[in-house]
Structure formats: C-alpha cells, structure tokens
Design a protein around this ligand. Sequence first.
Ligand code: SF4
Length: 274
Amino acid sequence: MPLAARAEMFRRLREANPHPQTELEYGSTFQLLIAVMLSAQATDRSVNLATRGLFARCPTPQAMLELGEEGVAEAIKTIGLYRTKARNVIATCRILVEQYGGEVPDTREALESLPGVGRKTANVVLNTAFRQPAMAVDTHIFRVANRTGLAPGKDVRAVEEALLKRVPKEYLLDAHHWLILHGRYVCVARTPRCYECGIADLCEYPDKTLAPGSTVSRSATRRHDGSKATQSVAGKEDAPAAFHDQAQACSDATRTATSANRPLRRRAAVRKQG
Ligand code: SF4
C-alpha cells in the first residue's frame, strides 16, 4: 500500500474515532498490566467481568499479593488458563513490590522479565500506559495488516516491524487501537464487512465481500454469507469504481461517528449493479 493510501487510511480511522482506547477496563498502569496478562486467549469482555471485582478488592500489587494465588484464581476462574495466570499475577506482583516499589517499570526489558509478560503484553503497556510507539500485534492486527497490504508479514514479529516502519509517524501512537477495533468489528476473520468498510477503496484485499444481495461481479469475491460470487453481470473494471465510490461516502460516515470506540463503517452498501 503506497504512503498516500496509508496516510489516508489512518486519517479516516482517526476522524471516525479521534481518541481510541483499549476495551479492557483498568484504573491504573498496574491494573492495565494485569488485565492484559489475563487477556491472553480470552476476550476483553470476559476479562472485564472478572477484573471488576478483583480490582475493586485489590487495586495495588501489595493488595493482590495479600489476596494470594488461590484468591486470585478464584476471582478469575471464568477466564481460560486461570490457574497459570493466577500464579503469574502473584509472581509479578511480588517483583513489582520488591524491586519496583509497587510501580510498573516503563522499559521493555523490565516488563518482559515479569512472569507471564511477553512481547505483546509489554507492547500494549508501553504503548497504552507510557505512550511509546510500540506495536502489539494480535490476531486482529495481523489479519488487517496483511489483508489491506498496509504491512504484510509472515509472522507477528514481521508485521510488528513492518507497521513501525509503514504507519505514518503522526498516527503511530494510536494505530494499535484503530487496527484492533477495525479488525474486531469490520475486517472480521471469516467474512470481512467490506461493503460497509470506510477504507475499502484503499484496501488491497482482492477477495472483498459483496453487500448483501449485490450481484456485482468480481473474480474471487465473496458474498456476505461467505459463498463465492459467480454470477457475472458487470465487467471487472466496474467493481473498483464501485469500491472507489466509498471514498466519498466514507467522509460522510466518519463525520457521524461519535461514540468512543465506534469502528469506521460505511452504511451504504457497495453499489448494486445488474
Ligand atoms: S475492504 Fe474488506 S478486507 Fe479490506 S479492510 Fe475493509 S473489511 Fe478488511
């Protein structure tokens, strides 16, 4: 994806959601760290349900230590791998109390030395809490970066490095959240919602999903139910024009996007033909 398209992509994402935030609930850097640790292979929703009670009871590393491993396990037992996570939470809290005065360190090296904290968790904390231009690549970002052509890479590390190079500087701090939200709500895994995607005209994915009921012909194009479109009623050269129309409509859509984490969507479907 050329630089101009990358810049336009993030301009639209920012316009739709000027202050993107993680969907994990937390009240301090410590709580963010714990929430991200718990979110491995779990949904943000399930983590929030567990941490509301846990953080109210144990807002600090010292309080968490006093609750103990069994107490933490009991509080988070609705989350996958809760026993291992509880063990890591307590071990991490002990280090925070004994070595960092109860504070969360702000360097990658120190964060990654904590039990249960890998590169992705460290990146989220560095970016979200300490506003460093780190890029945590999760499954959503990996998919969006590859599909769109924004920052292709064969593994998460390659995508992380590509994003750090290819996301225009002014968008780097918030790119992580915009891309996650876009992947979570619009560019979803099985059948991306290309027909209401505000960056469809910039995206290089060749297999875009048609609007429900559309008969636009594009080779290797999917309908919204996931089936391949085979009916040919328009020349292939017309399809890009249909997607190009979204650029104009997108600015209308972005102007109406008001809620904090509303993903960038375009309500009008891809132009119907036939
Ligand atoms: S056009 Fe489709 S594949 Fe491209 S970013 Fe939008 S939803 Fe994803």
